[in-house]
Design a protein around this ligand. Structure first.
Ligand SMILES: C[S@@+](CC[C@H](N)C(=O)[O-])C[C@H]1O[C@@H](n2cnc3c(N)ncnc32)[C@H](O)[C@@H]1O
Length: 212
């Protein structure tokens, strides 16, 4: 990241993962996929090639690999990726985990048949600058025609002063690049100090247009 890109909400994710290692991980690390995404894992995931962007400690990517998908998963945090690699290796699963910045992705194995974003877009919106726009502009090139994209994000309505709105999500996944966009109100799970929390959020599902 260059100084030009720095904003007041830049977070050092390596530090966050390192500092919380002994207390169960950051609040979003609930030890498994978000419940709203777990519900779609056995239906509606197009394969074989699946991408998880901002994969964190890897539980969603690993759940997808367990179901036989060829999973690539990226995160800006090397600490998170090392943790994710160790978990996958412990289960004997092959997942291509890479340290990459979602605002400047380089993925020669694109395009993918399904793309997952569990909590990344809202992090980029929170960071400000042009991070979310750069990410959203790259997504059509990562999704194969007909691919399904899932985005899970905390709602601005949560009252923490950050998050996304349904309007922002719909504007980011508009026609002609994306079709059939649905935005469902869901609860986003978090865990802090051993306690489960639930935040209002959204699950967006959309399909990459066949001919855009
Ligand atoms: C809210 S966490 C969600 C992690 C994981 N997807 C989950 O559901 O547990 C957001 C993740 O995005 C990663 N992240 C933040 N900015 C990023 C960027 N520019 N490129 C790639 N990953 C990023 C963070 O390191 C963090 O792991």
């Amino acid at each position: 990241m260059s100084a030009r890109d720095a904003t007041p909400y830049d977070i050092d994710y390596d530090e966050v993962y390192r500092d919380t290692a002994d207390s169960g991980g950051p609040p979003w690390d609930i030890g498994g996929p978000q419940p709203a995404l777990a519900a779609v894992l056995d239906r509606g995931v197009k394969g074989p090639k699946v991408l998880d962007i901002g994969c964190g400690a890897g539980d969603l990517a690993i759940a997808l690999a367990r179901r036989g998908h060829q999973v690539t998963a990226v995160d800006i945090s090397r600490v998170a990726i090392e943790r994710a690699r160790a978990k996958a290796a412990g289960e004997g699963l092959t997942v291509r985990f890479e340290v990459q910045d979602a605002t400047r992705l380089s993925l020669p194995s694109a395009p993918f048949d399904s793309v997952f974003d569990s909590g990344l877009l809202h992090s980029l919106v929170r960071r400000g600058g042009d991070a979310a726009d750069a990410y959203l502009a790259a997504l059509p090139g990562l999704a194969a025609p007909g691919a399904t994209v899932f985005v899970l994000a905390v709602s601005l309505a949560d009252g923490q002063g950050w998050g996304v709105t349904e309007e922002l999500l719909r504007a980011g996944f508009a026609e002609p690049e994306w079709v059939g966009t649905e935005v469902e109100e869901i609860q986003v799970a978090a865990e802090t100090g051993g306690q489960r929390l639930s935040l209002p959020g959204f699950l967006l599902r959309t399909v990459r247009a066949l001919d855009a």
